[in-house]
Design a protein around this ligand. Sequence first.
Ligand code: UDX
Ligand code: UDX
Length: 435
Amino acid sequence: MKIAIIGSGYVGLVTGTCFAHLGHAVLCVDNNKDKLRLLKQGKSPIYEPGLEQMIRENVKEGRLKFTASIAEAVRKCELLFISVNTPPKENGEADLSFIENVSQEIARNLKSYRLIIEKSTVPVQTGEWIYKTIRARAKHSLFDVASNPEFLREGSAVHDFLKPDRIVIGVSSARAEKLLRKLYEPLKAPLVVTSLASAGLIKHASNSFLATKISFVNMLARICDAAGADIEQVARGMGLDPRIGASFLKAGIGFGGFCFPKDLSAFLKMSERLGMRFDLLQEVLDINESQKQYFVRKIEQAVWNLRGKKVGVLGLAFKADTDDMRFAPSIDIIAALQKEDVKIQAYDPQAVSNARKVLSGVRFVKNPYEAARGVDALLVLTEWSEFLTLDFKRIRKTMNRALMLDGRNLYNPADMKRLGFEYHSVGRSVPAQLA
Ligand code: UDX
Ligand code: UDX
């Protein structure tokens, strides 16, 4: 099938590349010239495991092409996915102006039947708005609008695309359903066929529910700290109940990224507009905000006087295996420390170039050992697996004080104690016999 992906960012680029990998002819559209230049050379503008190689292979095979022209996409492709970003407005609502612009451009170029598929996370009525926008400007009504939310996690997006738990398609015509069934048939995944509104809600509800689990477990972790219990044990004891499930019960410094924080705010606003107060979601967001400050207080208590101290940071990205810094908890934690005049030296395996754009006054270093050198405390803010196998003796020796605060519960407290660190994590007390 001939497919265009309009908006080739974290979501669009993975989607387009994976469709090409499945054998389709894909045209990825983007208005960012720098991105297009890199892509045309077979280079990925983002770090996503497995993606760059897949881009290179599919470009070479002639199945994956790039352009800045929506007109070309509408002319050549029957399926048009929209995956431009929907940034948050100041009041928390999603800004849909990129989607509107793209819809208008599609309308101006519409000559024969096209299926327009909304992939960005958007309020329920957006599909209808896209339809109305195109209908008002196009010369004919030979088109359908469908909704096909993505559930890709950054860091494992290629795997998630090729091995999905489910595929949700919101459609309003048999023709649209037939095309999308055919498109996804090779993935052999459970297909949930719904109305457009239900498809959008499935995405909002899924993200909100997952974020709720995280805030729930983070609050529990604080209770564990106060009660002398261990959140890992509590989460395991809960998670083995299949009605609860073990995933997304990892306590830490709160969720970040370009989905949970902004999608929750947008869902909250959307519910309000529909006349409903979804206060639970506000609480989830509030707990998430205060979780970062909770960790800052832990640092403060352990270091004592923060003013003038030097702190090392391991990991900046909002999660491991990505270079994405959008809404990364590290941003707020570092800002709170800098307010106290703390000097920061930080290492991240992939996110430094994005981090430079959002963090100022930070000294970026080339490896974890440099991050630890001469510091009064070392923080773990992203759970990169390379941090599991560090030479901790070497690290301890170079630190000014062997104090480690692990915001991702990456290490075993007893091991850290044995290695000579004063070690603090989130919701885990050191066993009494070792304390
Ligand atoms: C996506 C979804 O689309 C968003 O709704 C979801 O909630 C989060 O994930 P993402 O892929 O992470 O966004 O965003 P980004 O990496 O910023 O990609 C958007 C791309 O669209 C960018 O490459 C940008 O250059 C491009 N774009 C944006 C256009 O081509 N045209 C526009 O008018 C606007
Ligand atoms: C999320 C959804 O998982 C995905 O389905 C959707 O399409 C986009 O949003 P993503 O934001 O890429 O994906 O990553 P995810 O793995 O969900 O992590 C989000 C944040 O939650 C990260 O900051 C992560 O560190 C945090 N998290 C996740 C926890 O703090 N604890 C957990 O148990 C799980």
